[in-house]
Design a protein around this ligand. Structure first.
Ligand code: IPM
Ligand code: MN
Length: 364
């Protein structure tokens, strides 16, 4: 019997509700496999700050250190609530980015998947969606401007200024690009390098490195696309993309846009892999406006569990069963209140019932 320790951090807002549904699915998998998941539930996020005075207490760090994988819900509160926390102590700056840095989780996988079963959520026209959208965005997650040196002050003209540095060295780029090529090899063998080489020197370095490494992956077709053009292409012709690789901030922005073309960020799970540790989280925020109402769709959270099963524990088949289970619930005409629109001919169920239906489909 394999025993895996999971640090579970439900977080703020809708985090706890959707986490519960992810765990429900995990229990089904545990019951029929020779595996035991030992769950360590830990405080993390703005709620932890109000309770313990820190967004990530030491015991949470210790548990993460010991865990075989980390599963995180969502963090952050409403704009007004967040302002009660000093800027440098807010969960994004004091807990989330430090976690990424601590475990060096450089490879962020953000699947953008829209099969027919839920293409009605997308704002795109059916002729643009075609046979469906299936993209893997690979976002570099521990470098670039989010982690560069920062400085604020008053300059010699007496004007307030802020300076933040965007820096990558070739090692940081190479390791991400390698993951991207390897991912493309397992998929449709197409890789888009998303860059801004007409302005940024860092993009020229990224592009040089991709071209250098392309020789090791001759079967992968590489295309280069400016990030601003890619934003348009995602709306007009998303089917052209298979794997897209990009630096941290580009990936942050384009992955949210990808959520938009799916119809909701609630359809965006993610995996963040480092050399030794991985963590899994929805790509979206804590949605405080709908928190506690049992209406948030748990897809992004359950999908993050599916990614964990595959990427941390090699349980590929069960991961795919879990994806299929979610897809079948949507295909059966069910959804949650946050994803539906007026006039959609669908049956709206609660977060909990959606999770029940996924667990049921998974078990059958
Ligand atoms: C994401 C989020 C984070 C990011 C925030 C919460 C710091 O938007 O994971 O995309 O910018 O990376
Ligand atoms: Mn983001």
């Amino acid at each position: 019997m394999m025993n895996y320790r999971l640090c579970i951090m439900p977080g703020d807002g809708i985090g706890p509700e959707i986490m519960k549904e992810g765990i429900k699915a995990l229990k089904v998998i545990e019951a029929r496999n020779d595996v035991n998941f030992e769950l360590m539930e830990m405080p993390f996020g703005a709620g932890a700050w109000f309770e313990f005075g820190t967004c990530c207490p030491d015991e949470t760090w210790n548990s993460c250190d010991q865990a075989d994988a980390i599963v995180k819900g969502t963090v952050g509160l409403s704009h007004e609530e967040s302002r009660k926390i000093p800027i440098d102590e807010q969960p994004e700056r004091s807990a989330l980015l430090p976690m990424r840095r601590r475990y060096d989780t450089f490879a962020n996988f953000r699947p953008v998947y829209l099969p027919r079963a839920f293409s009605h959520f997308s704002p795109l026209k059916p002729e643009i969606i075609g046979d469906g959208i299936d993209i893997m965005i690979i976002r570099e997650l521990v470098g670039g401007i989010y982690f560069g040196r920062k400085e604020v002050g008053t300059n010699d003209q007496g004007l307030r200024y802020a300076r933040e540095v965007l820096e990558y060295d070739e090692r940081l780029i190479q390791r991400t690009v390698k993951v991207a090529f390897e991912t493309a090899m397992k998929r449709r063998r197409k890789l888009h390098n998303i860059h801004k080489s007409n302005v940024l020197k860092s993009s020229i370095l990224w592009t040089d490195i991709i071209m250098e490494m392309a020789g090791d992956f001759p079967e992968v077709e590489v295309q280069h696309m400016l990030v601003d053009a890619a934003a348009t292409a995602l709306c007009l012709d998303p089917a052209q993309f298979d794997v897209m690789v990009m630096e941290n901030m580009f990936g942050d922005i384009l992955s949210d846009q990808a959520g938009g073309i799916l119809g909701s960020l609630g359809l965006m799970p993610s995996a963040c892999l480092g050399p030794e540790k991985a963590y899994y989280e929805p790509s979206h925020g804590s949605a405080p406006d709908i928190a506690g109402r049992n209406i948030a769709n748990p897809y992004s959270m359950i999908g993050s569990f599916a990614m964990m099963l595959d990427m941390s524990f090699g349980m590929r088949e069960e991961a795919s069963n879990l994806w299929n289970a979610m897809e079948s619930v949507f295909a059966g005409g069910y959804t949650t209140g946050d994803l539906s629109r007026a006039g959609d001919s669908i049956r709206i169920v609660s977060t909990e019932e959606f999770g029940d239906r996924v667990a049921e489909a998974l078990a059958s």
